[in-house]
Each structure stands twice: as structure tokens, then as C-alpha cells.
Design a protein around this ligand. Sequence first.
Ligand SMILES: *[C@@H]1O[C@H](CO)[C@@H](O)[C@H](O)[C@H]1NC(C)=O
Length: 132
Amino acid sequence: MAQHVGPLVWICLLCGVLGILEEDYYPPTIDSIIRQPEAEDGECVFPFRYRSGLFYDCVRFNAKHHWCSLNETFQGYWKYCALSDHAQCAFPFWFRRMIYWDCTEDGEVYGRKWCSLTPNYNKDKIWKYCEW
Ligand SMILES: *[C@@H]1O[C@H](CO)[C@@H](O)[C@H](O)[C@H]1NC(C)=O
């Protein structure tokens, strides 16, 4: 039975196909996450262990949005990250021979501001860009 379908339907079909491709692209390791419902409350715990990695900020493995674990070692409790859930700069932090109380451009090739996510950048080398 032939039915008329408008262009929007085709666009959505295309979205669906692209969505499948996108999901195939990621390793299927996070399937367990998607099957678990998001926790209603709880705080992100950084760093958290997931599979063989240690993560200092929200991650996006095989998910459409950033998420975090609510336990130090991921146990199926998780939530999507709002802006306020992302890792916070660890002020003050050591970088080279100085202590920083604010985001800095020092040592950044493109002059973008960054901060350390642990108090000792020299040792841990965990960082993020500061968004402003
Ligand atoms: C993991 O985190 C959730 C949410 O905060 C909490 O309810 C649960 O008890 C935690 N699990 C363990 C083993 O601590």
C-alpha cells in the first residue's frame, strides 16, 4: 500500500539511519549503562573507575550526552551531567613552579585558558579548558 510521506518523514528516517551508524561507531561497552535507568539523585564522583579507565570528568562513551558514575567504581549508578556536574577546577593547583588560583593560559599553545582538575598538575596532568 503506497502512502504519501512528506519530506520531514524522510529526514527523520535519515536521522534514524545516522543514529544507528553513530551508535555502531562506538564500542558496545556501555550497553549496560543504557539499560540501567538514570539515577534520580546523587552526585558525580570524580575520579571514577569505569572498565579499565579512571575518569576525572563526565564522559560520553556510547551515549548521546555526557554522564558520570555515582560511585568511585562504576556499579550501574549513573546520571547525565548538567553543566554544574562537570568536574571543577582544583584551585589552587601546582603547575611547573607556580601555584595558580585561577584559570591560566600558561603553557597552552593556543592561548586558551585551562585549569588543573587535581591540586598537583605536575604529577597528575589532569586538566580541562575553562569555558568563558
Ligand atoms: C552508589 O551510589 C549510589 C547513589 O549515590 C548509592 O545509593 C549507593 O549506595 C552507592 N553504592 C555503594 C556500594 O556505595
